[in-house]
Write a protein that binds this ligand. Structure first.
Ligand code: THU
Length: 134
């Protein structure tokens, strides 16, 4: 069975597009949406939330992870991330480490896409080999 089999990617992408509408990005104007799929089938969304200090900005991926954990969900199968521009953006370094925290074997699937149809799929292990582990 291929990686990512059985995942309703279209539903996950639709959720990421929907939550991206709530992106708070007055500084960069770069809107990002993320939708996490849990092992029990829930979808939890997140958008980027910027701050005037820039450094306090929270990426969409981390917003989704933090929201899920606060809802009692920590077992994740996949995340879809929608960015703008001609090519899909990939999660930043901090988000990769945060995703690795919840993917002990690195098998969490990461689908990066744009509204114009470009997409690329990775695993967390591919995005962050040798993640820090305590
Ligand atoms: N951003 C994300 O939300 N996810 C990423 O993986 C990369 C960057 C956000 C942060 C900031 O609000 C904007 O995109 C520009 O960097």
């Amino acid at each position: 069975m291929s990686a990512g089999a059985g995942i309703d990617w279209d539903a996950l992408k639709a959720a990421a597009l929907e939550v991206r509408k709530r992106a708070y990005a007055p500084h960069s104007k770069y809107h990002v949406g993320a939708a996490l799929l849990t092992a029990s089938g829930e979808i939890v969304g997140g958008c980027n939330v910027e701050n005037a200090t820039y450094g306090a900005t929270c990426c969409a991926e981390r917003t989704a992870v933090v929201s899920a954990v606060a809802a009692g969900l920590t077992d994740f199968r996949a995340i879809a991330v929608v960015t703008q521009g001609p090519e899909p953006g990939t999660p930043c370094g901090i988000c990769r480490q945060v995703l690795a925290e919840f993917s002990a074997d690195g098998s969490l699937e990461v689908l990066c896409f744009t509204p114009n149809g470009a997409e690329a799929r990775y695993t967390v292990a591919e995005l962050l080999p040798h993640a820090f582990r305590l």
